[in-house]
Design a protein. Structure first.
Length: 337
């Protein structure tokens, strides 16, 4: 298949590009490099011996996006490109709606104009909002609680309307839980700019000595150790979920929603402990107040993805930490090392 991957130079994108190339697909990456590095794709080439074509382009540049579709015959699109920092989205909502929603509308218009109607979209468990009901099941009502999450929810709505209006579309909405880890080579991984917002990259930077200690946001949650519980998923398992969805769509019209998670929750303290074991040294931490907007517990019911796609996770929390650590220690400053 000839696959366009928007945001393919980013964290989840680059791991998925690697898997696509290994599976024999032809890959074209569109990325504006706003929050990613072309070095990731150079390393994917080094790892696979295969090259994805790279087009540096912003989805907000609608005429150029349309030209790309006019000059290439894509079979399908995997759409990762988007801004993803929750806190930043609260401060700059217009930039988030413009970039994520308008960028997606431009992409969809070009897909529609050029008869490319197979799409895998990078959604998030964040669309479930602050519900205390676990595990999360695809049919639960959506209720995102911040602008970033609402861009994901709005794009899901747009895609649902599109699928209802024109049944020739084949759309997979993949709701990721908490992606962590890195390719086992330690050559590609997550390279957050500035202070990481998410737990694993922060813990990794503490372990490598870039930061002093982890602040554990809340130890008074109604959980077994008082800290928040999340469903961590290895980025290579997540990448495999995209290939499974891409294999499913050619024989299935319509819009499909799948949770991509392990179905198992781990607490912040369990993650810090597992990371310390992987790194061979304890990771210093301190308890701090709860982070506004956080819920106590979130984990997936991943049974729909198993039933429909035959997909499930294969990698444990220890493996996530070991692979994340290998990437961190070999690339202490990310791709800038
Ligand atoms: C966050 C986002 C979510 C996004 C997801 C992407 C918020 C409120 N939610 O989810 O929208 O889809 O990342 O992966 O930002 N923690 C600490 N110390 C830290 C960082 C995190 O204790 O320095 C705790 C959090 O309170 C939480 C857990 O670790 O219990 C995981 O946090 P994080 O990695 O930020 O993910 P989410 O909060 O699940």
């Amino acid at each position: 298949m000839k696959v366009l991957v928007t945001g393919g130079a980013g964290y989840i994108g680059s791991h998925t590009v690697l898997c696509l190339l290994e599976a024999g697909h032809e890959v074209i990456v569109l990325d504006n490099l706003a929050n990613s590095s072309a070095e990731s794709l150079r390393r994917v080439h080094e790892l696979t011996g295969k090259k994805a074509q790279f087009v540096e382009l912003d989805l907000l540049d609608a005429p150029s996006v349309d030209e790309l579709f006019a000059s290439s015959e894509f079979d399908s699109v995997i759409h990762f490109a988007g801004l993803k920092a929750v806190g930043e989205s609260v401060v700059e909502p217009l930039r988030y709606y413009q970039n994520n929603v308008v960028g997606t509308l431009n992409l969809l218009a070009s897909m529609n104009n050029h008869g490319v109607r197979t799409l895998v979209f990078s959604s998030s468990a964040t669309v479930y909002g602050a519900t205390e009901e676990v595990p999360m099941v695809e049919k639960m009502p959506l209720d995102a609680t911040n602008p970033y999450g609402r861009t994901k929810e709005q794009i899901e709505d747009i895609l649902s309307d599109l699928g209802a209006a024109d049944p020739s579309w084949r759309i997979a909405l993949l709701r990721y839980f908490n992606p962590v880890g890195a390719h086992e080579s330690g050559r590609i991984g997550e390279d957050p700019t500035g202070v990481p917002n998410n737990l694993l990259p922060f813990v990794a930077q503490v372990a490598v000595g870039r930061r002093e200690k982890v602040m554990v946001f809340g130890n008074d949650y109604p959980t077994h150790d008082g800290t928040g519980i999340r469903d961590y998923i290895h980025v290579m398992d997540l990448a495999a979920g995209h290939l499974a969805a891409l294999d499913y769509l050619p024989s299935h019209q319509g819009v499909y929603r799948w949770n991509l998670g392990s179905g198992k929750g781990s607490s912040v303290l369990e993650v810090i402990q597992a990371f310390g074991e992987a790194a061979g040294k304890p990771v210093p931490f301190e308890f701090a107040p709860r982070r506004p907007g956080d819920t106590a517990v979130s984990y997936a019911d991943p049974s729909a993805a198993l039933a429909d796609l035959g997909w499930s996770v294969h990698r444990s929390l220890s493996q996530m930490c070991e692979d994340h650590w290998r990437w961190q220690v070999n690339n202490p400053s990310g791709y800038g090392s």
